[in-house]
Every structure is written in structure tokens, then in C-alpha cells.
Design a protein around this ligand. Structure first.
Ligand code: KIV
Ligand code: NA
Length: 272
């Protein structure tokens, strides 16, 4: 693709080749993901992954805008979606619109994501009717950790119907896609079959219309805890630790800097 996909292009990927998405929070990471991803999410996971917060509840709109601006500068072909942080949209559709409009104006995002199902359907419809494409997020919704009572799998047993109803409600309200987080695979497959918009799974099912992971999880950069669904495709955290250890040893041994890292008085190229 030469130009970034629009929300309708993502919607049209329902049932086709799975949608590839990852989170990003910085320009260089966005540049790395851009050729390979259909969609890049500036997730509020940034609070835990980059800022050391204990949950996503402390993430501010200012943080999302700053990281959204950084990611925007690194993308040329993937679509960017920015998470609305806790407290910035739940109060009313009008509050959600004000927040989303500011995120879109200040970051260049073509869409926002918010957490919630039936309870957010009215807000999603309000935004969609006013030029704000919305990606929804149901199942485990980390901003509701204090009412969910933990990061457990959602929708097991009799609770399955409630998650299905949430996914249906956001689709009918006009969301262009829905993230399904930490739900049983069989329920994810059922939702994927029964709702008209693409499902993007995280801890869900290979049968979803797309997948998303937190990029620092899949690169092995974030190691404070490790959800079962966070497959590690690299161990960059371990590599970084080894590199820092080697640097520290070389500095203490005066082995770094070596001759090739320092400048002579007057040799040609001494300024380079
Ligand atoms: O904030 C985030 O990274 C997310 C994804 C895991 C879906 O919401
Ligand atoms: Na999020």
C-alpha cells in the first residue's frame, strides 16, 4: 500500500488476511513497525511500559498526545490509532468528543480507541456521527481493573454472552473494529463470526480478524511481568543488559574508549 489505510479499509479487512497491529510510543519504533503493520496503536499501556506506572489509570491526555505526536512522525503507511486515557471520555459523549477532537487535531491520528461495550455504545455512535472513527475494546479492559477485580480472563462460562453483547453493541454503534482482550478462544471465534466488524485479538484467538501485541512485550524489552499471550519474538532486554554490563566493565578497565574512538591533535579527519 502506498497510502495509510483509512478506518473503512481496516473494516473491509474483515474475514480476509489478518490485520497486523502492534503498539508503539516513539518515533524510531514507529519507523520500525511502519512497513509491516496495517495499524499502529499508541496504547495507554505506555504508562506501564515506558513510565513505570502500576496500571494504566494514571495515564494523562498530555502523555497520550506527546506519544501520539512522536509516533505520527515515524509512520508513512500504517494507520495510527490513539487510546483515550482513563477519565478523559467516560463521563459523557460530549466529553469524549472534546477529548477525541483534541487528540486528532494535536497528533494527526485518524481514529481513537476507547474501552467499553454496551455502556460506551452511545458515546461511540456520538463520535462516529461527528467525524471520529472509533476502535472499541472489550473483554479485559485494563482501565476498569478496580471494578473487574484483577487481570483475569473475561467471558468464561455464563459471562460469555455479556462480552458478545458488548461486541455487538459497539459494532452496531459504528465502531470500525474491536479489540478482544483476554477472552476464551472459543468466545473470540464466536464473536468474530457474529459481529460485522473486524475483531483484533490479544490473548484471544488466531481466528480473530487481526492480532495486536504490546511491542515491548514481543521484543522482550518489558519484563516486569509477562502475560501468557505475550509471545516473545526477541530478547532485546537481555541483549541490552549484556551491552550495559560490557560497557561498565570496559570503562572501569579503561578499555573504552579505544584508539578508534578518540581524536588526534592534527590528523586529517580529526574533526570527524
Ligand atoms: O494500551 C494498549 O496497549 C492496548 C492494546 C494492548 C490493545 O490497549
Ligand atoms: Na489500552
Amino acid at each position: 500500500k502506498k497510502t495509510a489505510p483509512l478506518p473503512d479499509d481496516i473494516r473491509a479487512m474483515k474475514g480476509g488476511v489478518p490485520i497486523v497491529s502492534l503498539t508503539a510510543y516513539t518515533t524510531p519504533m514507529a519507523q520500525l513497525l511502519d512497513p509491516h503493520c496495517d495499524l499502529v496503536l499508541v496504547g495507554d499501556s505506555v504508562g506501564m511500559v515506558l513510565h513505570g506506572l502500576p496500571s494504566t489509570l494514571g495515564v494523562t491526555l498530555g502523555m497520550m498526545i506527546l506519544h501520539g505526536q512522536a509516533v505520527r512522525r515515524g509512520l508513512s503507511r500504517a494507520m495510527m490509532v490513539v487510546d483515550l486515557p482513563f477519565g478523559s471520555y467516560e463521563e459523557s459523549p460530549a466529553q469524549a468528543f472534546r477529548t477525541a477532537a483534541r487528540v486528532m487535531a494535536e497528533t494527526g491520528a485518524g481514529a481513537v480507541k476507547l474501552e467499553g461495550g454496551r455502556g460506551m455504545a452511545e458515546t461511540i455512535a456520538f463520535l462516529a456521527a461527528r467525524g471520529v472513527p472509533v476502535m472499541a475494546h472489550v473483554g479485559l479492559t485494563p482501565q476498569s481493573i478496580n471494578t473487574l477485580g484483577g487481570y483475569r480472563v473475561q467471558g468464561r462460562g455464563a459471562a460469555a454472552d455479556a462480552i458478545l453483547a458488548d461486541a455487538r453493541a459497539v459494532a452496531e454503534a459504528g465502531a470500525f473494529a474491536v479489540v478482544l482482550e483476554k477472552v476464551p478462544a472459543r468466545l473470540a471465534d464466536r464473536i468474530t463470526a457474529e459481529v460485522a466488524i473486524p475483531t483484533i485479538g490479544i490473548g484471544a484467538s488466531s481466528g480473530c480478524d487481526g492480532q495486536i501485541l504490546v511491542v515491548d512485550d514481543m521484543l522482550g524489552l518489558f519484563t516486569a511481568f509477562r502475560p501468557k499471550f505475550a509471545k516473545r519474538y526477541a530478547t532485546l532486554g537481555d541483549d541490552a543488559e549484556k551491552a550495559v554490563e560490557a560497557y561498565a566493565a570496559e570503562v572501569r578497565a579503561r578499555a573504552f574508549p579505544a584508539a578508534e574512538h578518540v581524536f588526534g591533535d592534527d590528523a586529517p579527519g580529526a574533526t570527524s
